[in-house]
Design a protein around this ligand. Structure first.
Ligand SMILES: *Cc1c(COP(=O)(O)O)cnc(C)c1O
Length: 412
């Protein structure tokens, strides 16, 4: 199947070889190296086809049936279908599929529920909070008064006692649960009880696990949170973008917070691509995929521990693993560079209660490629050899190239 109609027809190459070279270089990079970035995935050719469609030309400010522009009959149909599919996939009363990104979804959630200066309780950034959870470099840290909870120094698990105590002391207007690096399921019922205890809204930022939720491989925040923010491009495997789910009583506030408060015209081609991804995520094949993502992550985490890395919380419930490579004699940054030289692409991350950087990796992309437990084992062993300095990165690069050649993300 062609990756995109435009590339296949080679119109881009004939008109603009510079850009065409860059794009084919990127496709080659994605298909010849190992994608272990926890937030990335390979969208289907159908999702890419929607993204490359002239629907991208359409201006459609507003919502279906209430647009500021003419000619919106197909834009309306695309958005209604995406909303319907999201509601049914997640069992939510209301869905807004317009946020341009996960961060835009969080901004809109805050705009719907908070006023500048309000107190918000969220996982602190050193423990895996996202930029939008109170970073001083982000609007959230400037416009709201964030209080951070953390994880236990021994277990790496969220410190529930601290969450409850901080909530009682600071009486936040909202509590945020969700993380860029926490590998375990969140106890949404617990966060709901704390929010009820202090009269706070509960915002679940499920950007990472929402794809596992869709595949029923992780608990859903929808029954517990007032507002659920998510991305559509991580484990969910859709186009780059955001989404908000909420109950009927907050629907109007959430919609107005997205448009016109924080965004203008929505990207209608992306919304069509979101609809395609939601339909894919509703299939038994996607549920099997989600279970395999977790099974793969469990094996990868276990073997990384055997190789001597210190795996945070001792394992994972999800697609995501964080680990400290220090016992092998390298810090996170040096480890990432050495692995990159071998064609293994992953991130560094903060490690709770240390100043050291760790490694963050995930199995969403490699599982889409069809890799299973056997390949995870192989990858962890290779990683161990590289980090211990027992294997030359150039040799490893050849081995990685051979492995991924057997699992092409896109057929040519
Ligand atoms: C990825 C992520 C986001 C932001 O998504 P973008 O699309 O990059 O803006 C927000 N919150 C959490 C917890 C995330 O993991």
């Amino acid at each position: 199947m062609p990756v995109t109609p435009a590339l296949e027809a080679d119109v881009l190459r004939r008109q603009d070889p510079d850009v065409a070279d860059i794009l084919s270089g990127e496709l080659a990079r994605q298909s010849t190296s190992l994608q272990l970035i926890a937030a990335e995935n390979f969208t289907s050719p159908a999702v890419l086809a929607a993204l490359g469609h002239p629907l991208a030309n359409k201006y459609a400010e507003g919502y279906p049936g209430a647009r500021y522009h003419g000619g919106c009959e197909y834009a309306d149909a695309a958005e209604r279908l995406a909303v319907e599919r999201a509601r049914s996939l997640f069992g939510a009363e209301h869905a807004n599929v317009q946020p341009h990104s996960g961060s835009a979804a969080v901004l809109a959630a805050y705009a719907a529920l908070l006023r500048p200066g309000d107190t918000v309780l969220a996982l602190g950034l050193p423990y895996g909070g996202h930029l939008t959870h109170g970073s001083p470099a982000n609007f959230s840290g400037r416009w709201f008064d964030f209080v951070g909870y953390g994880v236990d120094a021994e277990t790496g698990l969220i410190d529930h006692d601290q969450v409850r105590t901080l909530a009682r002391v600071h009486r936040p207007k909202a509590i945020v649960c969700g993380s860029i690096a926490y590998p375990r399921h969140l106890d949404y019922a617990f966060f709901r009880s704390v929010a009820d205890d202090v009269g706070a809204y509960l915002i679940a930022d499920a950007a990472h696990p929402i794809g596992l939720v869709a595949g029923k491989a992780a608990p859903s925040p929808v029954p517990y949170a007032d507002v659920v923010c998510a991305t559509t491009h991580k484990v969910l495997r859709g186009p780059r973008g955001g989404m908000i789910l909420c109950g009927a009583e907050l629907a109007g506030r959430v919609d107005r917070a997205v448009f016109p408060f924080t965004q203008g015209g929505a990207q209608m081609h992306t919304i069509a691509a979101k609809a395609v991804a939601f339909a894919e995520a509703a299939t038994p094949a996607f549920a099997a995929y989600a279970r395999q993502v977790v099974a793969n992550a469990r094996v990868l985490a276990a073997q990384l521990a055997v190789e001597g890395l210190r795996v945070t919380t001792g394992g994972t419930d999800t697609h995501l693993i964080t680990a400290d490579p220090a016992p092998l004699g390298v810090d996170g940054r040096a480890a990432r560079a050495r692995l990159a030289a071998a064609g293994i692409v992953l991130d560094c991350c903060a490690l709770p209660h240390t100043r050291a950087r760790g490694l963050r990796l995930g199995t969403a992309a490699v599982t889409t490629q069809g890799m299973t437990q056997e390949e995870m084992q192989w990858i962890a062993v290779l990683l161990g050899k590289l980090l211990r300095g027992d294997l030359d990165p150039a040799r490893a690069r050849t081995e990685v190239r051979e492995l991924v050649a057997a699992f092409p993300p896109y057929a040519r």
